[in-house]
Design a protein around this ligand. Sequence first.
Ligand SMILES: C[S@@+](CC[C@H](N)C(=O)[O-])C[C@H]1O[C@@H](n2cnc3c(N)ncnc32)[C@H](O)[C@@H]1O
Length: 331
Amino acid sequence: MTAGARTPAQDPSHLPVMWTQVLDGLCVRRDGIYLDGTFGRGGHARGVLERLGPTGRLLVMDKDPVAMASAAELVSQDARVAAFRGSFAELANWKETATGLDGVLFDLGVSSPQLDEPERGFSFRNDGRLDMRMDNESGESAAQWLARASEQDIADVLWTYGEEKLSRKIARTIVARRQDTPITRTAQLAELIASVVGRGDSKIHPATRSFQAIRIFINRELDDLEAGLAAAHERLKPGGRLAVISFHSLEDRIVKQFIARHAKAPPGNRRLPIEVSFTPTLREIGGAQRADSEELTRNPRARSAVLRVAEKLEVAKHRDVHLPPAQEHPR
Ligand SMILES: C[S@@+](CC[C@H](N)C(=O)[O-])C[C@H]1O[C@@H](n2cnc3c(N)ncnc32)[C@H](O)[C@@H]1O
C-alpha cells in the first residue's frame, strides 16, 4: 500500500461496516480486478488495495462529488486505482470493466460524512438545506420535489419506500403547509412530520421512515440497485464474487431475490406439465450475515446492516443432454 492510504484500524474516525466479513467474502486475489461501486471515503476500497498485489486493479465509483474528490486523491497515490463518477447502475458502460471483474462490492445507502453534513439534507437531527441528493450537482432536490409533487405522489412515496402508516396524513399536511411557506429545510420537514405522527414511546424519531422514503425516491436507489446487480452479474468472471451490504428490508429483499433467481431453479408449476430448464449462474455463499456484537458496540450504525455474498459460476456454452434410450424393466 502506498503512503497516505490508511487502514480503518489506523483511522478510527471512519469505520466501514462489516469490514472483515466483506473482505473475506470478496476473497481478494492478488492479481484480480475489483470494483467498489460505493466508494464513500474508501474504507472498504483500502482494504481491497491492501490485499492486491502490484498487478491487481481497483475500480471505484460513487455518485457523490465529495466522495469522488477523495477517490481522486487515492488515484493520484496508487497507480492500481481508477475512478469514475456515476451510479453503479452504469458500471457495465465503463470501459475499464470490459475485461471482466473478480469482485464487486455495493455498500448501499448514505455514508457517515453525508449524514453528518447538515447541508446535504439527509439528517432530520441537524437543520440544513432539504437536499438529499447523493449527486448534488444534478437532478431534483427533496425541496424541489416536495414543492411540486401531488399529494397522492407524496403519499405513495412515503408508503412504498418508508412503509409509513400515516403517509396520507403527512402528504396532506405537506401540501397544505407549502401553500403558505415553502418547505426548504430539514428541521421544517422533521417538525411537520413529528406534528402529524407524534412522538409516542418509540425510540426512533417520527421522521425516520419519511426521510428514508424521500431519500430512496430522490436518488432512485432501488432502481439503481436492480440495474447495478444485473450489470455486476454480467461483468463478473466465473469464480468472481459479489458482496452487497443493505441497510433496510426493501434493499435486502431485492438482493436476496436476485441471488435466489440466479442460484435456484424456480419452483415447478403443477398446471404446466412441461420441464423448464434452469442453469444456475450464481452460488450463494452463506446466508445473510450481520455485524458482530463488538462492531455494534463501536458502531451503532451497523445494527441494520445485512451482508450477502454470491459467486459467479462457470456456465458451459453448449450443454447437450443425452438421455439413455428407454429400457424395459426386467420382470
Ligand atoms: C455507505 S457509503 C459507502 C462507504 C464506503 N464503503 C466506505 O468504506 O467508505 C455509500 C456510498 O455509496 C454512494 N452510493 C449510493 N448509491 C450509489 C449508486 N447507485 N451509485 C454510486 N454510488 C452510490 C453514496 O454516495 C455513498 O458515498
